[in-house]
Write a new protein. Structure first.
Ligand SMILES: Cc1cc2nc3c(=O)[nH]c(=O)nc-3n(C[C@H](O)[C@H](O)[C@H](O)COP(=O)(O)OP(=O)(O)OC[C@H]3O[C@@H](n4cnc5c(N)ncnc54)[C@H](O)[C@@H]3O)c2cc1C
Length: 403
């Protein structure tokens, strides 16, 4: 696209922005679509720094958007990978209770999974757990056979290729820096040019609240970055894990607890934890941004969240700074794992929306506003469900913006 006028402009080339673009170019081939991504490639942030799991839908509250979209999205993702020759495997997973107090929560997960329409999930005893994962230790577990793994960076590249084939344009190294809504159009400023769009869809991930604010709106939520740090099992010890071994998650917290993931590449990851980050794209412990930290500290919900979750927050910091503590958490699932079996892996930063009342937004959140639609909370399992999230966002935009 050489002119600066388009029908739909998407800010953000992560898996969600790309899935929206894919849906629009497929359903509305005559619309001129432009996607702007600030990095030099698509999928550089959350979408390229995740665990690569195709979630099955067992965790989510029945009736939530997450529950509705995960199951369908997982099937769509597997079909997509199959159709385009992308690496994937349906390897199954086990969620392991290591203490009796976790039994009711494990049972609740089974109920949720069944209510969400998963087939094949079942509670198993310690003996059966050992047949599936010979080195795992637990009192009871939930076997979830439909969980899989893929490579979401490769999925993003494929989405981008298809968008271009279907006539959409993607400009990388172009950050949205300002937005103005005029009669009948939205003016989108970047460092180098201005674009005029009839509709704007904000899929800026860790910066989605800031992009929403550029338009003069005051979203009810602020994005809080939570870094997830990984270790890798050294190749000589990777046979300790066959597929995916998860703990029973804490229902007070939207994260799943450190677990083992055999990636599609064969590497076994341990993690991620969930540490409050002091920079939105802060992949290292030492990363700090005054602007990001200050904006968190002045948001009223931040202090309310801190007063509620300070204990688990400190626990996560401890696990971040102490490899020993991290390993002890893992040993509850896999007693044979030792500190020397693990080497530092990468990290990812989750964009988690926080309300003014201090509660963390659990479900996906898409907020229409005039000619714009802001995607303000698309945490895990959004990579899994990206194809159907794209469809839902386009349907919401169709209703609210009318294209
Ligand atoms: C550690 C970790 C593990 C996870 N594991 C899984 C998993 O196993 N399975 C699963 O389904 N989900 C998982 N997730 C969640 C999943 O990765 C995210 O939900 C998903 O990637 C969100 O996609 P996105 O497009 O919204 O965000 P992103 O991928 O972050 O994309 C947003 C894009 O917007 C761009 N951007 C920001 N500001 C601007 C601007 N001003 N102008 C232009 N572009 C801009 C950014 O550069 C970025 O590329 C995990 C996430 C993390 C962090």
């Amino acid at each position: 696209m050489t002119d600066s006028r388009c029908d739909v402009l998407i800010a953000g080339g992560g898996i969600v922005g790309l899935a929206v673009a894919l849906e629009i170019t497929r359903r509305f081939p005559r619309l001129r679509l432009l996607l702007l991504e600030k990095e030099d490639r698509v999928g550089r942030h959350q979408s390229g720094h995740n665990s690569g799991v195709i979630h099955s839908g067992v965790y989510y509250k029945p009736g939530s958007l997450k529950a509705a979209l995960c199951l369908e999205g997982a099937r769509a993702m597997i079909d997509f990978c199959r159709a385009h020759g992308l690496p994937h495997e349906v390897c199954g997973k086990v969620i392991v209770a290591t203490r009796k107090e976790e039994f009711p929560r494990l049972e609740e997960l089974r109920r949720r999974g069944e209510a969400n329409g998963l087939s094949g999930i079942r509670l198993i005893d310690a003996g059966e757990l050992r047949e599936i994962e010979p080195h795992a230790s637990g009192l009871r577990a939930l076997a979830v056979p439909s969980t899989g793994v893929t490579d979401y960076a490769a999925v993003c590249e494929k989405y981008a290729e298809l968008i271009r084939k279907q006539g959409g344009a993607i400009l990388t190294s172009t950050a949205v820096t300002g937005l103005r809504e005029l009669t009948g159009e939205v003016i989108v400023e970047t460092g180098s040019a201005e674009f005029s769009a009839t509709y704007l869809i904000n899929c800026a991930g860790l910066f989605s609240d800031r992009v929403a604010r550029m338009a003069g709106g005051e979203p009810d939520v602020m994005i809080v970055p939570f870094r997830g740090e990984y270790y890798h099992l050294i190749p000589q010890r990777s046979s300790l894990v066959k597929a995916l071994i998860y703990p029973v998650p804490d229902p007070q917290f939207p994260f799943l607890g450190v677990h083992f993931t055999r990636r599609i590449s064969g590497t076994v990851d341990a993690g991620p934890n969930a540490v409050l980050a002091f920079r939105r794209e802060g992949y290292r412990r030492t990363d700090f941004s005054l602007r990001d930290t200050a904006s968190s500290l002045v948001f009223p919900g931040f202090w309310r969240m801190a007063s509620k979750h300070w204990r688990s927050g400190l626990h996560e910091f401890h696990h971040s700074f102490s490899k020993g503590a991290f390993v002890r958490a893992l040993q509850r699932l896999l007693p044979e794992v030792r500190e020397e079996d693990l080497v530092p892996g990468g990290s990812g930063v989750r964009a988690q929306a926080l309300r003014r009342d201090g509660s963390l937004v659990d479900d996906f959140q898409f907020v229409p506003n005039g000619r714009m639609l802001h995607v303000l909370n698309v945490p895990s399992p959004a990579a899994t469900a990206s194809l159907v999230i794209g469809r839902e966002i386009v349907m919401t935009a169709e209703k609210s913006c009318g294209f």
